[in-house]
Design a binder for this molecule. Structure first.
Ligand SMILES: N[C@@H](CCC(=O)N[C@@H](CS)C(=O)NCC(=O)O)C(=O)O
Length: 204
């Protein structure tokens, strides 16, 4: 099994955390995003979107982080993805990719990445829009986490890994995390899980 990843990618973080949790023996293949390795034809042959993560398991080549997590969870019969939780997990995974990632990703790109890679100052209109969307969706997650310690049922599932990954750079991106105390407590709970904590990228 070969896993194409970059350690600073939130979408890779969830897959990396699952691999550690399940103690899977995979070949880790770094795709050097800053050097543009994701745009190379050899990598485009694996993931035509030229994005990380991607995963090869025998004859199966998969891209999309959530599909990769689900494949690995099914393969290992993981308790993080079970018959009784599947639909609810899927609900949160679709929500994460459709709504939550847009807000967190836009803020990260504008506030952190753009200046860092020399693309100029953040666009205040895009930043304001991202923060507005973040408040709207983080409220939904915070309300859910006021009822339970984890996102689905009351135990760790793929939903926690996916959603928390998108908050990896929330601080440096200037997102108003302090308005969402249940999310903050949940992140602190996740940080106690060694397999999760070791996926935290060094930053700054
Ligand atoms: N929906 C995709 C999103 C993947 C994605 O956005 N990957 C980013 C890193 S977190 C990437 O490769 N960006 C490079 C680019 O867009 O050129 C997934 O969940 O796998």
């Amino acid at each position: 099994m070969k896993y194409y990843y970059h350690p600073g990618s939130p979408n890779c973080r969830k897959v990396s955390a699952f691999i550690h949790l399940a103690d899977l023996d995979v070949e880790w293949s770094l795709v050097d995003l800053p050097k543009g390795a994701h745009m190379a034809p050899e990598y485009a042959a694996v993931n035509p979107n030229c994005m990380v993560p991607a995963f090869v398991d025998g004859d199966l080549t998969l891209w999309e982080s959530n599909a990769i997590m689900i494949h690995l969870a099914e393969k290992t019969e993981s308790p993080l993805w079970s018959d009784d939780t599947r639909l609810e997990i899927l609900q949160w995974l679709f929500w994460e990719q459709s709504h939550f990632m847009y807000a967190t990703g836009t803020a990260f790109f504008q506030v952190v990445l753009k200046p860092m890679i020399g693309l100029g100052e953040p666009d205040p209109v895009r930043v304001e829009e991202a923060i507005k969307k973040f408040r709207r969706y983080a409220r939904v997650l915070d309300d859910r986490l006021s009822q339970a310690d984890f996102v689905v049922e009351d135990r760790l599932t793929l939903a926690d890994l996916a959603l928390a990954s998108q908050l990896t750079f929330a601080g440096p991106s200037g997102l108003p995390m302090e308005e969402f105390p249940n999310i903050m407590r949940w992140l602190a709970r996740l940080d106690k899980i060694e397999a999760w904590k070791k996926t935290e990228p060094s930053f700054g």
